[in-house]
Ligand binder design. Structure first.
Ligand code: B3K
Ligand code: ZN
Length: 885
């Protein structure tokens, strides 16, 4: 066990840096067995930090110092002190130049942070604190510097040498080596530094910005992937146009580059002018990537591009402000995806994700506010709360200020803070100043953790024709925050009459009605709003578009939910009514299972889904969403104590009953859509996504019938489809079926066909990891022996182990605890190899409070075993210790 307690960093202790680095000149000499890094830092005392010349403490980790010179004077051992994570020396003037040379070992860096090797190429990942593994530096986002970077390497193995900014010069060195120098004219913090060296090919295009400047666009990949870049390039150009139109933001360098690497801890990284991407977030073509993968590529390319303004031009003062760039940028990319595809489908996907995963985080031991107060390891705070809830907070600001007001606020923010490292308060202040608004109370969304509950009750006075809604808000305690103050909750709503028409909304004290959808700002613990001239008892449609990230509670009957599914003018709320109906029905069946009764499905759910399937005018993507019952993970999240087996049994039974009752309709829609798919070449567009989505969900229901004509259709789709969306669904459906011969054939032929494509093999692993039939753990253990699997590649870990623990709940939570033991074993191994991946992988164990006492004990035993397993990384230590606290 760890003897030293790792240090806790607090937001309240923030101090401006003692020194600044105006210029950073780096030279990298890359070799197979070591890399030499020369850094020349042009530094000065920070005028904002007070008088005198305090010691200079630079960050540095795993660096072997070769030489150090201050203003060209070589320093000796007595001139500086080296500790495990720092180097300290005493400057003798307010301005000085510091030259250092260190040796580092990218070739053995398995943590994938700092400079490392992925396959045959060198690449970097510096956010948040990886630059200190490259050279001694002030590795904090409020130290911004102008960088020039020279890279030298052997020419044959590394013909391409890249860094941030614009190319300045290049040349040969003799000995088969060559070099290139890059200059980034924009000041940036070290976390945005990037370097790439490898044998890469590129797809090239260009973009003319709104002021008429030409920008070269390049996507670099390993040669075998050169045919999978077009979708990312199209997405990039759409993003550039969109950011000009929606936010007035123009690109600022002469070149924008994306590089795809196979070994990457997350999706991608927004390094200035040189984005580095997980290959899974760049490569996409019909034959190898699903519709979901295409949409993910489009969203991530956009997200990283948008960071050029929200993150790079205006950056964070400190890491507590992470949501300043991440929440805002997720909000921006979700607006973009909504504009490129279907806004309602996008909203449904985002809200499902938030409610299943972020709400669970908010209710668990790692719960933290959007702007956390403290951390041990910042890597643990790249969370759903900072990203997704942070985006919801920005969205609420837009809902409260209106689209125009929000745009004025963002214009002021970018103009006022260009080139600065700022805080969440600065962002909100710009929104306030541009609109003359007061968001003081609203800012509690940034400082209070936990998911608020909003209980709503109604009162109709037929004589006075008034209708009142009373809102009661509360928020459960979270670690370190027992009491919460009232939030400002924007509630978008409408009222429906008995025919399903919208009622014009006139609030008390208003002279006339104003529209049929209104936003109420609920800002008291309890508050009543009264509407006038309401001719009959209405049915409220509450929280339209999910206008706030809260748990809403209104006592809808099932008939009322069916009415809303039919009539609500808000597309999101039509889906939401269907979800709530499904939840009610499934929870009732969970109860039946627990009492040992025969399961009975409320036929109203079948009727509601039937009318969706019958109506051929509806958006097929929304019909597919309606037909997707709430996931087991979501049903777990909304349970006080989750009964894994009952949830699985109830959901399975409901699916089976729906499949039987609606067989003919499913079959008709399936055949019609499959026929179109057969006749139409693959297109990555919303209408085509929608057709395939309905076709595929229909197939998954149809296969539950086990009818030979369906099995034949599934095999046909698997074998004949020209795209991965259809092929992979057919495979997944076969894998989860009892048709062993067909399943084994399909798995074998898929692996044989795609064995050289690691991203496709990830899908092959995932599909099997998700198989909920008994024996799941043994299948995973067996697959870990497959030659295509390795713990060193984060995508493989996520595809197999992550998918198993997060999506295959009945198998992972099997009663003897073997699933937990297995996960803990993997975490213990990964703790040494790659702490960031280890700490993320263990998240399912942190949710132990959700389960029965026997499972709780088993999960805690494994957390304790991890804690006692030896020297823990700060990443794993923080998550495990907080989970057990
Ligand atoms: N900013 C990066 C995330 C870096 C994570 C470091 N552990 C990607 C993104 O959010 O765009
Ligand atoms: Zn981001």
């Amino acid at each position: 066990m760890r003897t030293e307690q790792p240090k806790v960093i607090h937001l309240k202790d923030y101090q401006v840096p003692d020194y600044l680095i105006d210029e950073t000149h780096l030279t990298f000499e890359l070799y197979e067995d070591r890399t030499l890094v020369h850094a020349q830092l042009v530094m000065r005392r920070n005028p904002d930090a007070g008088a005198g010349l305090p010691p200079l403490q630079l960050d540095g980790q795993d660096l072997e110092l070769i030489s150090l010179a201050l203003n060209d004077r070589q320093l000796g051992l007595g001139d500086y002190q080296i500790a495990e994570e720092s180097l300290t020396l005493q400057p003798d003037a307010a301005s000085f130049t510091l030259d250092s040379t260190v040796v580092i070992h990218p070739e053995s860096n398995t943590a994938l942070e700092g400079l490392y090797k992925s396959g045959g190429m060198f690449c970097t990942q510096c956010e948040a604190e990886g630059f200190r593994k490259i050279t001694y530096y002030l590795d904090r986002p409020d130290v911004m510097s102008k960088f020039t970077t020279t890279v030298s390497a052997e020419k044959h193995a590394y013909p391409i040498l890249l860094s941030n900014g614009n190319p300045l010069a290049s040349g040969e060195e003799g000995d088969g080596r060559h070099w290139a120098t890059w200059e980034d004219p924009f000041m940036k913090p070290a976390y945005l530094f990037a370097l790439v060296a490898g044998d890469l090919w590129c797809v090239e295009d260009s973009f003319t910005t709104m002021s008429g400047r030409d920008v070269a666009l390049r996507i670099y990949v390993e040669p075998e992937n050169i045919d999978k870049c077009q979708h990312a390039m199209d997405s990039l150009k759409k993003s550039m146009t969109w950011d000009e139109e929606a936010y007035g933001r123009e690109y600022d360098l002469d070149i924008f580059m994306i590089v795809a690497v196979n070994d990457f801890n997350m999706g991608a990284m927004e390094n200035k002018g040189l984005n580095i991407f997980n290959s899974s977030a760049v490569l996409a073509r019909a034959e190898t990537a699903t519709d979901a993968a295409h949409q993910r590529v489009e969203a991530i390319v956009a997200h990283e591009y948008f960071h050029n303004w929200s993150g790079n031009r205006v950056t964070c003062r400190d890491w507590f402000q992470l949501s300043l760039k991440e929440g805002f940028t997720v909000f921006r990319d979700s607006q973009f995806s909504a504009d490129m595809n279907s806004p309602t489908v996008k909203r449904v996907e985002d809200v499902s994700y938030l409610r299943t995963h972020q709400f669970a985080e908010d209710a668990g031991p790692m719960a933290h506010s959007v702007r956390p107060e403290s951390f041990i390891e910042i890597s643990n705070f790249y969370t759903l709360t900072v990203y997704e809830k942070g985006a919801e907070v920005v969205r609420m600001i837009q809902t409260l200020l209106g689209e125009e007001g929000f745009r004025k606020g963002s214009d002021l923010y970018f103009e006022r803070h260009d080139g600065q490292a700022v805080t969440v308060d600065d962002f909100v202040k710009a929104m306030e100043d541009a609109n003359g608004a007061d968001l003081t109370q609203f800012k509690r969304w940034y400082s209070q953790a936990g998911t608020p509950r909003l209980a709503v009750s109604e009162q109709y006075d037929a004589a006075a024709k008034t209708y009142s809604l009373t809102f009661r808000q509360s928020c459960p305690p979270t670690p370190g925050q027992s009491e919460k103050l009232a939030f400002v909750i924007p509630v978008s709503l409408g009222l429906l009459d008995g025919q399903g028409n919208e009622i014009a909304l006139r609030l008390q004290d208003e002279d006339a009605p104003v529209g049929t959808t209104r936003v109420l700002a609920v800002d008291q613990p309890e508050q009543t709003f009264t509407f006038l001239d309401v001719p009959e008892q209405p049915l409220p449609s509450l929280l339209r578009g999910f206008s706030a990230p809260v748990k809403l509670d209104f006592p809808y009957s099932r008939d009322q939910l069916m009415f809303l599914m039919q009539h609500d003018s808000d597309g999101f709320n039509r889906w939401e009514a269907g979800q709530q109906l499904s939840v009610q029905v499934l929870q009732e069946m969970v109860g039946q299972h627990q009492r040992g009764e025969a399961l009975q499905l409320d036929q109203r759910l079948v009727a509601a889904l039937r009318s969706q399937l019958e109506d051929e005018c509806l958006d097929q993507a929304m019909v597919a969403e309606m037909l997707s019952l709430p996931s087991e993970a979501y049903l777990t999240e909304i349970s006080e104590i989750a009964d894994v087996d009952a949830i699985h049994a109830a959901r399975d039974f409901a699916r089976q009953s729906i499949a039987t009752a609606l067989f003919e309709l499913f079959w008709k829609r399936y055949q019609a859509n499959r026929e179109v798919s057969r006749q139409t070449p693959y297109v990555a567009e919303a209408g085509h996504f929608a057709r395939r989505a309905l076709q595929n969900i229909a197939l998954s229901y149809l296969m539950l019938s086990g009818k030979p004509e369906v099995v034949a259709a599934c095999v046909e789709q698997f074998e004949e489809a020209d795209n991965m969306t259809e092929r992979l669904t057919a495979l997944a459906v076969l894998v989860n079926s009892g048709f062993e011969a067909e399943r084994d054939n399909a798995l074998a032929s898929f692996a044989e066909h795609f064995k050289d494509n690691p991203l496709v093999m990830d899908q092959w692993f995932s599909v099997q990891a998700g198989n909920t039939q008994p024996g799941g753990l043994e299948r995973i253990q067996h697959l870990m022996q497959h030659p295509a699997f390795t713990l060193k590649n984060p995508n493989k870990v996520r595809a197999l182990i992550g998918a198993f623990a997060n999506q295959n709940l009945v198998n992972f939570h099997r009663a003897d605890g073997a699933g937990y033991r297995f996960l803990a074993d993997q975490v213990i191994v990964l703790n040494k190899l790659n702490p960031q991946i280890a700490s993320r992988l263990l998240a399912p164990l942190t949710r132990w409070r959700k389960y029965d006492t026997s499972r709780q004990a088993l999960m805690k035993t494994e957390l304790e075993r991890i804690l006692a397993s030896g020297e823990l990384s700060s990443d794993v230590y923080e998550v495990v210790s907080k989970s057990l606290a």
